[in-house]
Write a protein that binds this ligand. Structure first.
Ligand code: HEC
Length: 160
C-alpha cells in the first residue's frame, strides 16, 4: 500500500517536471547561446530531474532566485539531506539553476557571482565592479565592453 502511494507520487512529480520542461522548450530563445552552453543547460536540467525530485517537486526547487553562492549552499544542504549525484552532476545542476533561477546584486555581489549569473568573462565582471554604484539597468550601459542588450535580456536576474 505504502509503496503504491509512493510510486503514484513519483509519477505525479515526473508529470509535473515534464510540464516544466515542455514549457521551457516552447518559449522561443531570446538570446541565442553557444551550443556548448545549451547542452550544459540541457544536461543540468536532466540531472536535476533525476537527482532533485525524490523528496520534493522540481517546482519547489525553482521557487526562488538565488546567487551562485546561494545555490552552492542549497546543494550542500541537499547533499547533507541525502541527495545523490557526483560532483560533476551537482556542478551541472548548479550551472543550470544559476542561469535559470539565478540572481545577482550588481552593487554588492563578488566577481565570481557576477560572472556565473550574468554569463560574462572575468574582465567584464571586474569592469562592472569598478563602475559601481548602479541604480537601474540603463546605468550598466556605461560598463566598457558590456553587451547591454544581452544583459537587459537577463534583467530578471539583476538586483540593484
Ligand atoms: C533526500 C531528500 C532530498 C533530495 C534528494 C533533494 N532535496 Fe531539496 N529539500 C529537501 C528537504 C527535506 C527540504 C526542506 C523541506 C522542503 O522544502 O521540502 C528541501 C528543500 C529544498 C529547497 C528549498 C530550500 C529553502 O530554504 O527554501 C530547494 C531550493 C531544494 N530543496 C533544492 C534541491 C535540489 C537542487 C536538489 C537536487 C540536487 C534537491 N533539493 C534534492 C530534501 C531533499
Amino acid at each position: 500500500m505504502m509503496n503504491r502511494q509512493l510510486s503514484a507520487a513519483c509519477v505525479a512529480v515526473a508529470i509535473a517536471w515534464g510540464g516544466v520542461v515542455a514549457s521551457a522548450w516552447s518559449v522561443p530563445a531570446q538570446a541565442p547561446q553557444a551550443p556548448a552552453a545549451k547542452s550544459t543547460e540541457a544536461d543540468g536540467r536532466a540531472i536535476l530531474g533525476k537527482l532533485c525530485v525524490d523528496c520534493h517537486a522540481a517546482d519547489a526547487v525553482m521557487r526562488q532566485r538565488r546567487t551562485l553562492t546561494g545555490w552552492e549552499e542549497i546543494i550542500d544542504t541537499m547533499v547533507a539531506q541525502g541527495a545523490g549525484g557526483t560532483d560533476d552532476e551537482l556542478q551541472k545542476v548548479i550551472q543550470y539553476l544559476v542561469v535559470t533561477v539565478g540572481k545577482v546584486n550588481v552593487n554588492k555581489d563578488n566577481a565570481r557571482n557576477l560572472q556565473a549569473v550574468l554569463e560574462i568573462p572575468a574582465p567584464l565582471a571586474d569592469a562592472l565592479i569598478k563602475g559601481r554604484p548602479y541604480a537601474a539597468m540603463a546605468d550598466l550601459a556605461r560598463v566598457p565592453g558590456l553587451d547591454i542588450k544581452a544583459i537587459t535580456e537577463k534583467s530578471e536576474r539583476v538586483v540593484f
